[in-house]
Design a protein around this ligand. Structure first.
Ligand code: GLY
Length: 578
């Protein structure tokens, strides 16, 4: 190793040992333990639903479907049947699959639909109201998962959601805070306001009951008639009617033509662990793998969590991978994604050769040729007694989506169209600057960052992980993996540890409050990094580790079979094992 490089490592190590308080939250609670199953979601009632399904003999897919429907009621900020998402499944026999039930652009969508006559993006057009809505996929996704891989009846899996909608549920602090956060937005749409705000226009408070009779009726129709009740019945009609009346372009044919895609997951190997994650139309799995392939060469465990050297190589790997994300990836039905190249270990070596060991890279120098987190999504992780593992991330995109409900449906609709490139070079909700590969076209799916991920080791499930967080989903999921595999944190510490994020543009390293010590910040600034230390916390990861709460416990033996952790940032979530 180069001498100066060794010196830098020695300096950062000695600083870490001498002055820096250890970076994972020292007081992280212990992970939840279970011997037969584990359900981790962002809302405690939904976690209970999942565990009940497992106890009744359902498998992890059954539990995931019941949780997906339940979150649509008890976690309306992101849980949904008016949005879309992804499900990664690893079966007990080692096979794996991926369901893409993300939104598709309406048939009447055009590449320039969010630009004014001068070619400038119209503020809010891709975020607010019916023009922002993509054709929802959640119901089709849940029903396909249940029919193909579940064991319980549709009625069984929808019953808890219908009950919560019909009878209501009492709001706890996290639930009330989330409704309060969306109050202003929800007040703009009379149908949404009638559900989520009290008659006096104020948000519901802790201890009050949220009842959603229209949503109960929409869910009951699905329970009786299946996905057709949503896509070919009164629900689709009501949404199309409201869309037509309020400036949208959704048509009945959009709903009738909606189809789930079953795809091969994106996979790679990191230090002997098999990573199974989301392929395009998500960028998540491919970009996590690209970053891990770059990092595999560096002794992260030796360099230490949060050291300047570790942050440096992580940020540089992120910078290069997000250039690829933002310029080369898109819906596989429309473009040829260079997945094989991005997952190639030789490509990772080429990236490493471009990383200056002592200096920050410069994003503008990586501009591709021809290139012109409110972050409310939700993730849940489930594993059953047989070892079937399911990771689901689904979303309305922004908090409460487009903020609109078609009268009589009780269903909040997404604003997923914002994930497309409105115009090459113009940032979206997440500040992502994207290119032509992700341009809008009818029936196309916008590029996502959602990364429902499962790790396996020696043919057995090892970890289930994912998070909301918009463009930061990728780095949140990545850092949880690195924290477990390289830094030896237990699953709760790995999820709670302060995060860093870089996404090529803007050329800034985002750091959670107290994420790095002042000494480390100084070292990084000296290397040429621009740090944003004023950002708030982000993400709500949900993870499971199998065989122990940490690598050390797994190696020692005797740990709980399933160890679950909900992010300490998730105010309403819970990990429940049994
Ligand atoms: N809407 C956030 C994502 O799919 O990445």
């Amino acid at each position: 190793m180069h001498n100066t490089r060794r010196t830098l490592i020695a300096v950062s190590l000695s600083l870490t040992l001498t002055f820096v308080p250890f970076l994972a939250y020292a007081a992280s609670p212990q992970p939840a333990k279970g011997e037969h199953g584990m359900v981790v979601t962002a809302q405690h009632l939904a976690s209970e639903v999942g565990v009940e399904v497992l106890k009744q003999g359902g498998n992890a897919v059954d539990a995931a479907v019941a949780v997906g429907y339940a979150l649509a009621v008890v976690y309306p900020t992101a849980g949904n049947i008016g949005g879309g998402g992804f499900m990664t499944i690893r079966f007990k026999d080692g096979r794996s699959t991926f369901l893409d039930f993300r939104e598709r652009a309406p048939l009447a969508a055009t590449k320039t639909m969010y630009l004014d006559k001068d070619g400038k993006p119209v503020k809010g057009a891709s975020l607010d109201g019916y023009l922002a809505v993509g054709v929802p996929g959640s119901v089709a996704g849940f029903e396909m998962a249940r029919e193909k891989y579940g064991t319980l009846s549709r009625q069984d899996l929808l019953a808890p959601a219908i009950r919560f909608a019909k009878e209501g549920f009492v709001l706890e602090q996290g639930d009330a805070a989330s409704l309060q956060g969306g109050a202003e937005r929800l007040a703009r749409d009379p149908a949404a306001a009638a559900i989520f705000l009290k008659p006096d226009g104020k948000p519901y408070a802790v201890g009050e009951r949220l009842v959603q009779p229209d949503l109960a009726a929409s869910l009951a129709a699905i329970s009786e008639r299946g996905a057709d009740a949503f896509y070919k019945g009164a629900t689709a009609d009501a949404i199309v009617k409201a869309s037509g009346e309020k400036g949208g372009i959704l048509a009945r044919a959009d709903f009738e033509n909606y189809a789930v895609r079953e795809l091969k997951p994106a996979t790679c190997n990191y230090r002997g662990y098999e990573i199974i994650s989301s392929p395009p139309p998500s960028s998540g799995g491919v970009i996590i793998c690209e970053i891990l392939n770059v990092l595999e060469f560096y002794p992260l465990s030796y360099l230490g969590a949060g050291s300047a050297e570790t942050v440096h190589v992580m940020v540089e790997a992120m910078r290069h991978a997000y250039v690829d994300r933002n310029s080369a990836l898109g819906d596989p039905g429309f473009i040829d994604n260079p997945v094989a190249k991005l997952l190639d270990k030789n490509y990772a070596r080429e990236i490493r050769e471009k990383i200056d060991p002592f200096r920050a890279g410069v994003s503008q120098e990586l501009m591709p040729k021809g290139f012109g987190e409110s972050n409310e999504t939700t993730h849940f992780s489930i594993i059953d007694n047989d070892g079937n593992a399911v990771a689901v991330t689904y979303t309305l995109n922004g908090s409460f989506g487009a903020g609109v409900v078609a009268a009589g449906t009780g269903i909040l609709l997404n604003n997923e169209m914002d994930d497309f490139t409105q115009k090459p070079g113009v940032p979206n909700l997440y500040g992502l600057v994207q290119g032509e590969a992700n341009a809008i076209a009818p029936k196309k799916t916008p590029l996502s960052s959602m990364s429902p991920t499962i790790l396996a080791k020696d043919g057995k499930p090892f970890m289930v992980i994912g998070s909301p967080g918009g463009s930061r989903i990728i780095t949140i999921t990545l850092e949880a993996i690195v924290n477990v595999v390289d830094h030896g944190m237990n699953i709760q510490e790995a999820i709670d540890a302060p995060r860093i994020h870089h996404q090529w543009l803007p050329d800034t390293v985002y750091i959670e409050p107290f994420g790095l010590s002042p000494d480390t910040e100084k070292l990084l600034t000296g290397m040429g990094y621009r740090l944003d230390l004023a950002d708030t916390t982000w993400g709500q990861a949900a993870g499971i580790l199998v065989g122990g709460k940490s690598l050390a416990e797994i190696e020692k033996g005797g740990g709980a079979r399933y160890n679950g952790a909900i992010d300490s940032r998730a105010a309403a979530g819970k990990a429940i094992g049994y």
